[in-house]
Design a protein. Structure first.
Length: 318
């Protein structure tokens, strides 16, 4: 926390009110505080070293002013939110009322939403971000430290209509997506998760957006054939276990509904034999009709399986 805010000598309680030290000034009133604050009331050394080159703020005499810029807001935070509102109608009709901003910076996004009637809590996700929290509070924007690590965030489930991350550098996909699951917990059903970042490498990939649906389908068909050749669900000999899920073939689903019951199943050629490489229903039926050399009656396999009555183990095959 900013050093002179830690129990300064002149910060005394008088009649239930706090008296500011000589270094501090009473915070500006809302909505003026959204766009400016006193220079001496915030951790200015940290701000100058961390945010001055990102166009979040500008020093103007004894105040900081907030032009609404930043690494993600080249045209200002207002234009950024306008583009978001065009994609999410709920931000216009009151469906979205509460929002969580992870990686709040100086809370410009939350401040803009407050002016539009959306209550936003700005969340600083690291212990060393206490200066950002103090900065947001000085502007009159709700903000807290909320470390996304081994403990849940201090919110009940379904608490927010929207959660937002704008280049917040939180590793959402690490640990099996554990952090993303926590965001899912605090979002209400049907809520919005907004993840935005700079268009990295878009100049090398823009041509992919111009492909036709037919070309994309052809690519997908080729990919399916390649994957089917690599991951054969019927291959069982010296095949390494892979984290792959193979959807059951439509033919197998049909066969599962037509499989005869025992003991009829013994002498009826299984339909699946026609889809197994080298299999043939005709060969199976021929084998059932074939008798061993020098004998009469059904084949050895069939005779063994058709014996009725108890065996030595006490098991009946019928």
């Amino acid at each position: 926390m900013f050093s002179h805010r830690i129990h300064p000598a002149g910060f005394l309680r008088q009649g239930g009110a706090m008296k500011y030290s000589n270094e501090d000034k009473p915070p500006l009133r809302w909505p003026k505080s959204k766009d400016q604050c006193w220079y001496r009331n915030v951790p200015y050394d940290w701000i100058n070293s961390q945010k001055s080159n990102q166009h979040w703020l500008a020093k103007d005499g004894d105040r900081f002013r907030f032009p609404g810029g930043g690494t993600m807001f080249p045209n200002g935070v207002g234009a950024y939110v306008d583009a978001m509102r065009a994609l999410i109608p709920g931000m216009r009709d009151g469906t979205v009322r509460t929002a969580l901003d992870t990686g709040c910076g100086v809370a410009s996004w939350g401040g803009d939403l407050l002016a539009r009637g959306i209550l936003t809590v700005s969340l600083a996700p690291r212990d060393n971000h206490e200066a950002q929290v103090q900065f947001a509070l000085e502007r009159g924007i709700p903000a807290i430290l909320g470390i996304i690590s081994t403990q849940r965030l201090s919110f009940p489930s379904a608490a927010f209509d929207m959660a937002h991350c704008s280049r917040c550098l939180i590793p959402w996909t690490e640990f099996g997506g554990l952090y993303l699951l926590e965001i899912h917990r605090v979002l209400r059903p049907g809520g919005f998760w907004v993840l935005s970042g700079p268009p990295t490498y878009y100049e090398n990939r823009w041509h992919g957006w111009n492909t036709t649906a037919q070309a994309q389908k052809a690519d997908l068909d080729r990919l399916k054939k390649m994957l089917a050749a690599i991951v054969d669900p019927d291959a069982a000999w010296y095949v390494p276990v892979r984290p792959c899920f193979t959807a059951p073939s439509a033919r197998y689903k049909k066969l599962g509904n037509s499989t005869p019951k025992w003991p009829q199943r013994l002498t009826i050629a299984p339909e699946r034999i026609n889809v197994v490489p080298g299999g043939s229903a005709g060969a199976f039926k021929q084998d059932c009709r074939t008798t061993p050399s020098g004998s009469s009656g059904p084949s050895t396999t069939r005779r063994c399986c058709q014996r009725s009555g108890p065996t030595r183990s006490g098991t009946s095959w019928t």
